[in-house]
Write a new protein. Structure first.
Length: 366
């Protein structure tokens, strides 16, 4: 049961990009949030998000924000490779944390961050937004309650518009630090591992291809592989983020099949049930492109803007986190330990593909 006397929340938003704005607008409407501060290096984003969420404090120095006495919780929504320093600074204050995935882009850094979170004893969750969509919650409940018997095989196929990959490769100085598995495949991986949380993965075998994004960006197009669990169960995963920019999916298209000894569950999350075709270019997704005139509505993972507000899983995820902080309510957010596990597995996919051999699990940074 929730606490009868909810805590007030003084919220720091570190990173004023799209996600910082989305979560900030949700937080601005929450009854227990009575202070919002925003930090970002880019003055234009700081001004935009600060104005939209009616921020009480703005700064280009996240340390200055996190030291404010009003702050009791923080959202870390910087670029993926810039999570570590603000997380560690927030841990000094023992702030409740919502961290955009991943904890870090390097496994050694992720190990370090996880140790510090555990040592500080703070409540830190990581933004795996798919967990807040009804279809995955329904699937989780059927698996959890044994409706399929013992799960023996899971398959997932994730297809993505290459605009996401191009945006990531253009923003990095080292393409080897990112991959379709680490940046995007982790969402499908988290859903499947959440379903199979009672099973321990012991071995992984994978291959990658780089014919579309490799020549220009030194990037990876797609990765496919198989995880073997201790009891012999299998998970077959495929992720490609090299589909053409005119492909109608704004971002994510996913199909999952779960087979057990007593049943099977298939989930079509390709978003082909609502198709928009227009003479006007479509701006949905992380990197709009004028060539896109057809869209699978609903394929943008955070949700959709309707009637001036974000509607969908990221809104619910943020609201539930604020309720978790204020009321002590249990939620289905990914823990920091689960997020580190997902990074470890995606790094193992890339390691196996690069070395062309099977990898024993778990792997460490060494």
């Amino acid at each position: 049961m929730p606490k009868k006397n909810p805590k007030r929340i003084g919220l720091a938003i570190v990173g004023a990009g799209r996600v910082g704005l989305f979560r900030g607008e949700v937080a601005a409407r929450h009854p227990q949030v009575d202070f919002i501060g925003v930090a970002d290096l880019k003055q234009d984003r700081l001004d935009l998000v600060g104005e939209r969420v009616k921020a009480d404090f703005r700064t280009r120095d996240f340390r200055e924000l996190l030291k404010r006495p009003e702050v009791t919780a923080a959202i870390i929504s910087t670029d993926e490779h810039l999570h570590v320093d603000p997380i560690l600074a927030a841990l000094d204050r023992k702030l409740s944390l919502m961290i955009e995935k991943p904890l870090a882009t390097e496994l050694a850094e992720s190990e370090r961050v996880l140790r510090e979170i555990q040592k500080a004893g703070v409540d830190a969750v990581v933004g795996y937004t798919q967990r807040f969509r009804r279809r995955w919650l329904a699937a989780k409940e059927k698996v959890r309650t044994g409706q399929l018997g013992d799960v023996t095989l899971v398959t997932s196929r994730a297809f993505m518009n290459r605009l996401v990959a191009l945006d990531n490769y253009k923003r990095t100085s080292d393409p080897s630090k990112i991959s379709p598995m680490v940046i995007s495949g982790t969402h499908a991986l988290d859903i499947v591992m959440w379903m199979m949380e009672a099973k321990r993965p012991v071995e992984l075998y994978a291959r990658s291809v780089d014919k579309a994004l490799g020549p220009k960006y030194r990037g990876i197009d797609a990765t496919a592989g198989v995880i073997t669990f201790e009891d012999g169960s299998l998970y077959h995963a495929v992720i490609s983020w090299a589909l053409p920019t005119v492909w109608p999916g704004a971002v994510y298209s996913l199909e999952v099949g779960i087979t057990g000894t007593e049943g099977v569950l298939t989930i079509d999350d390709t978003h082909r049930d609502i198709v928009l075709a227009t003479t006007k270019s479509q701006s949905e997704g992380y990197a709009p492109d004028e060539a896109r005139r057809v869209d699978f509505l609903g394929s943008y993972p955070p949700g959709d803007i309707a009637l001036g507000e974000l509607r969908g899983p990221m809104r619910e995820e943020t609201e539930q986190w604020l309720n978790r902080v204020a009321l002590g309510l249990p939620t289905q957010h990914a823990t920091a330990a689960e997020a580190h596990n997902r990074l470890m597995l995606t790094k193992a996919f890339d390691l196996s593909a690069r070395t062309k051999r099977e990898v024993k699990l778990p792997i460490t940074s060494e």
